[in-house]
Design a protein around this ligand. Structure first.
Ligand code: NDP
Length: 280
């Protein structure tokens, strides 16, 4: 048996937890594979990806700022990747063509519903931000039939464009931050990159319903600004995106290897390591 090769491309990439997560998946499921992180800027993405697959690479994850380029690169797209207009997982198929998929949405959905028991059906959901991640998470959220799904963004035109692109899947509305006053939601999802710089989008008070939850797609060693906002606003759960990261990786692993890793132990391990780091 020969070791099969996988990688994640992005820039920056040194902070990526993906090699660790896939190593844990491989150990847990007995797969003979390796997975490395490689710094790849947008300008050299196509050449680096072609070389990776020509050298026998089996599968690739793509992260910031490469997801749209990966979408363009793929020979074929899954339906969810086509809708998202962004690809985070490339797989070399038997005929050597490259299939592009997007596992971000299912990753979020699994973390919200399976790991944290958050009900989406009939819920009033607000998404902050209208970038690539929002495009990935809107279709699976709509499938759960929330009573309301609103996207708010600084650049309201981008939120409007997403609402229009996904109109065939269900009712999704766009607004700007000034229109949030006097509205309340069961679930607020922060899909902006604000937390990465310690910032918080301009949120009015009382935006979260009593018993509601907050979810920040970003994750860090300490609570993000949005997770802290959720706690200060009495969220029943105020979570960051570490669970989503593991869940989207598990979906990619399943696409590549045909084996579904057990995620809860790995999320537990990463959370325990994070707590240990914070107490040291
Ligand atoms: P993009 O760069 O595509 O989009 C960023 C969005 O954030 C834009 O809508 C932008 O608004 C908004 N934004 C940035 N700064 C602020 C601010 N200070 N206040 C309000 N809005 C702001 O990023 P992605 O969509 O790819 O990623 C978004 C986040 O999701 C990142 O933190 C990323 O790390 C995380 N993520 C996590 C995953 C996981 O597995 N946990 C998976 C995928 C993403 P505007 O358009 O007005 O500039």
């Amino acid at each position: 048996m020969k070791i099969e090769h996988y990688a994640v491309f992005g820039q920056p990439i040194s902070h990526s937890k993906s090699p660790r997560i896939h190593k844990l998946f491989a150990e847990q499921t007995g797969q003979l594979m390796d997975y490395v992180a490689q710094e790849v800027p947008a300008e050299t993405f196509a050449a680096a990806t072609s070389r990776f697959f020509a050298d026998g690479g089996k599968g690739l994850n793509c992260t910031v700022p490469l997801k749209e380029l990966a979408w363009q690169y793929a020979d074929h797209l899954t339906e969810r990747a086509r809708q998202a207009k962004a690809v985070n997982t490339l797989v070399c198929q038997a005929d050597d063509s490259i299939l592009g998929d997007n596992t971000d949405g299912i990753g979020l959905l699994n973390d919200l519903t399976i790991n944290h028991g958050i009900t989406l059906n009939g819920a009033k959901i607000l998404i902050l931000g209208a970038g690539g991640a929002t495009r990935g998470v809107v279709p699976p959220l709509l499938e759960q039939q929330p009573s309301t799904l609103i996207i708010v963004n600084r650049n309201a035109g981008k939120a409007q464009a997403i609402a229009e692109d996904f109109a065939e899947l269900g009712a999704v509305h766009a607004c700007d931050y000034a229109n949030l006053t006097d509205r309340q939601f069961d679930l607020i999802i922060n899909a902006t990159s604000a937390s990465l710089s310690g910032d918080l989008p301009p949120l009015p008070e009382a935006l979260l319903k009593t018993g509601g939850s907050c979810y920040d797609l970003a994750y860090a060693n300490q609570a993000t600004a949005f997770v802290t906002w959720g706690l200060a606003n009495n969220a029943a759960q105020s979570l960051d995106g570490l669970g989503m990261l593991v869940e989207q990786a598990a979906e990619a692993f399943f696409i590549w290897r045909g084996v579904r890793p057990q995620t809860s132990t790995i999320i537990g391990l990463l959370n325990a390591e994070r707590e240990l780091n914070n107490t040291n």
